[in-house]
Design a protein around this ligand. Structure first.
Ligand code: GLA
Length: 674
């Protein structure tokens, strides 16, 4: 009996020794970190984002993963790890800024640990998480409540204790292979773009007929109201309407292959931007490096690429056309205002009027950027105290669009004139959540813009504070950002997409929710690179922004448009969803696992439906919930990206087979069969 007990105890002891001997440490930095997606820069091994030794609140760490929010790294543990430990925090290299992030660990879809919000200067927070039996582990850094500015985040000392395995795999299942869906436009003429156009009485009129098809092409129009004239070679309509009213113009485009006709409804009244503005903005590619030359080249590329033939119109200059408060760049140094208080344009732009003329002569429109505070977000001169003069300057130069960015306004919103504007930070959200404070500067500029003798689309940029969608329109606003800045990562696009539902019911013609600019093509905020979004993620991004009826502003270098990006920007049936005159924004009507179904009502009684897969596995199902889409009877189903009728479905008895790639989309239009 005794011997038996001894043998049993020895066996247990040996087994324990074997198990302990096989337990193994695997450091996070030993894994393939290139599968991580992050808001800025590239994943860093044992270094901070800027390539320095990792330091959190004065303490240096020799091992770990340096990243930038929104950051996501998936690791396939398959039950082979027992614990994950790390010390997390914001890196000291962003000292002086005040970023905020949260570190989050998910295992098999459940949250296992959260750091809580962390700020620059916080000591590293230790985390020890049991990951036993977990198959897929996600290490995430979210942007906190303040956008992803300066979010240099460190997973320091990060390691796994495994069940014995000596390596672990990271994972990014989304395909990298681009594929083109948009069919080439036919050689015969086709008139694309907005079907309705708003203008105020007495304002200069500029509308370019967007038409694809072989050139040369001649344009003509029937029922052209008095005061407007059409250039038959370019298709550009100019002039002025003096009387309020609705004018239906029959547009015609003709080439040696055929003729196309289409009605354009011109509504001369109080409202402009009756469909979401479409164009380009300098920020996501050039950021602080923008110049008049780059703007002209972007305008030229809008013509050369043929994008103008699909309705793309605005060429918008973002921050950095003014002088800067402390830049080392000589071109940005100089007085902020002249002796009369008028805003001074920096040396890269010199004179705005000829630039605006240049853009208008191409049949395009031009936009500008400022802040109601003393400084823009980038630290250039803002409009504070000079709102009237600035609105007048923009109009005199010939601008058609203003993006007005909150930035430093919160710091002066208490009207403290004693405050030294030089000490005001360029970016602060102070005051933005008090409704009256939030509205005040936008009301002021809105009134001055309305007093100008031209139509200036007014874009409010204050990241959705105080539910701007509820009141932006009452201050003459035409569109308003609903969230913080976008970056070219899946997490950023996903978070922004998922945050739109509450604002959606407020969208209408002339009043658009703006989930920020497109992050496709060569983007990079002065550090050019191909968008880090995978092809399916880009299809989802453009489809959703179309369903959201959001302003479509291309953020990439227009001289580097590749075939895939052009395919995303030239699908007239997808664009038509965005530009539909009814002006409804899609809402999510159903969630099936990780798939969200969005429905946008269209003017002709049909509806656009986006089957959007936010999950990392293909969605494959037989869809029957047609009542959720608000449709009945027999419906024709058209695939808008492929521009193909795919089937007819009886919504009472039938089913639709739906196969959506991971992070991808099916964008369909349902029209009642006659
Ligand atoms: C903010 C805005 C951006 C851009 C920059 C310019 O971050 O949200 O879109 O305009 O300012 O500094």
């Amino acid at each position: 009996m005794k011997t038996k007990k001894l043998i049993f105890s020895m066996t247990i002891l040996m087994l324990t020794c074997v198990i302990e001997a096989s337990a193994q440490t695997v450091w996070l930095d030993e894994l393939n970190l290139s599968n991580a997606t992050q808001g800025n820069g590239v994943p860093m091994k044992n270094k901070s984002l800027d390539g320095k030794p990792m330091r959190i609140a004065g303490k240096t760490f020799s091992r770990g993963f340096g990243t930038h929010a929104e950051s996501m790294l998936t690791i396939l543990l398959n039950g082979k790890a027992k614990t994950f430990t790390a010390n997390v925090g914001l890196d000291d290299e962003v000292n002086g800024h005040n970023p905020e992030v949260e570190f989050v660990i998910n295992g098999d879809g459940k949250t296992l640990w959260k750091s809580g919000l962390m700020h620059q200067g916080d000591t590293a927070r230790p985390c020890k998480v049991s990951v036993e039996n977990i198959k897929k582990l996600e290490l995430m850094v979210t942007e906190g409540t303040d956008g992803n500015y300066y979010d240099h985040a460190d997973w320091a000392d990060a390691k796994f204790e495994t069940t014995g395995v000596t390596s672990l795999e990271t994972y990014n299942p989304i395909s990298n292979v681009p594929y083109i869906l948009t069919p080439a436009a036919p050689a015969t003429p086709r008139i694309n773009g907005a079907r309705v156009f708003g203008v105020r009485p007495g304002s200069p009129f500029l509308f370019t007929i967007a038409a694809t098809g072989d050139r040369p092409m001649t344009f003509s129009a029937k029922n052209m109201p008095k005061g407007l004239k059409l250039d038959s070679h370019t298709g550009i309509i100019t002039g002025k309407l003096n009387k309020k009213g609705t004018y239906v113009i029959r547009l015609c485009a003709k080439n040696n292959k055929g003729t196309a006709e289409k009605d354009l409804r011109v509504i001369c009244g109080d409202h402009i931007a009756l469909t979401p503005p479409m164009g380009w903005n300098s920020w996501n590619c050039f950021a602080g490096e923008v110049s008049a030359d780059k703007v002209k080249r972007a305008a030229d590329a809008m013509i050369k690429s043929g994008l103008i033939n699909h309705g793309w119109t605005y060429i918008n200059i973002d921050d950095f056309w003014q002088n800067h408060r402390d830049s080392k760049d000589k071109n940005l140094q100089g007085e902020f205002r002249d002796k009369d208080g008028k805003i001074v344009v920096n040396a890269r732009f010199v004179d705005m009027k000829p630039l605006a003329d240049y853009v208008h002569n191409l049949g395009l429109k031009i936009g500008l950027y400022s802040s109601p505070g003393p400084w823009t977000c980038g630290g250039c001169a803002g409009s504070f105290g000079h709102e009237k003069q600035d609105a007048e300057s923009y109009a005199k130069w010939g601008f058609d669009y203003l993006k007005y960015d909150w930035c430093s306004y919160g710091e002066v919103s208490d009207g403290d004139s004693q405050k030294d504007p030089n000490k005001v930070p360029s970016f602060s959200m102070k005051g933005g959540n008090e409704l009256e404070t939030a509205m005040k500067p936008y009301r002021l500029m809105g009134e001055y813009l309305r007093q100008q003798p031209r139509d200036i689309v007014y874009s409010l940029c204050q990241y959705g504070m105080s539910d701007v969608w509820k009141w932006g329109g009452s201050l003459n606003g035409n569109c308003w950002r609903t969230t913080h800045d976008i970056t070219d990562t899946w997490k950023s696009v996903e978070n922004i997409a998922l945050a739109q539902d509450k604002a959606a019911p407020y969208a209408k013609p002339g009043n658009w929710n703006d989930p920020d600019m497109l992050v496709i093509g060569t983007v990079g905020w002065g550090n050019p690179h191909q968008s880090k979004l995978k092809p399916d993620e880009q299809y989802l991004h453009v489809s959703l922004w179309s369903l959201f009826a959001s302003p479509l502003l291309i953020g990439c270098d227009m001289e580097k448009l590749d075939a895939f990006t052009l395919n995303l920007l030239t699908n007239d049936e997808v664009i038509a969803i965005n530009q539909d005159p009814l002006g409804k924004e899609a809402a999510c009507v159903q969630t099936i696992g990780k798939m969200r179904v969005y429905v946008k009502q269209l003017e002709d009684g049909s509806c656009a439906v986006g089957f959007c897969n936010f999950g990392i596995d293909e969605a494959n199902l037989s869809y029957k919930d047609f009542s959720k889409l608000g449709i009945s009877g027999v419906q024709n189903v058209r695939d808008l990206w492929r521009q193909k009728n795919i089937t007819k479905v009886n919504t009472a008895t039938g089913a639709l087979s739906i196969k959506v790639p991971a992070h991808g989309v099916l964008l369909y239009k349902f029209t009642k069969a006659k």
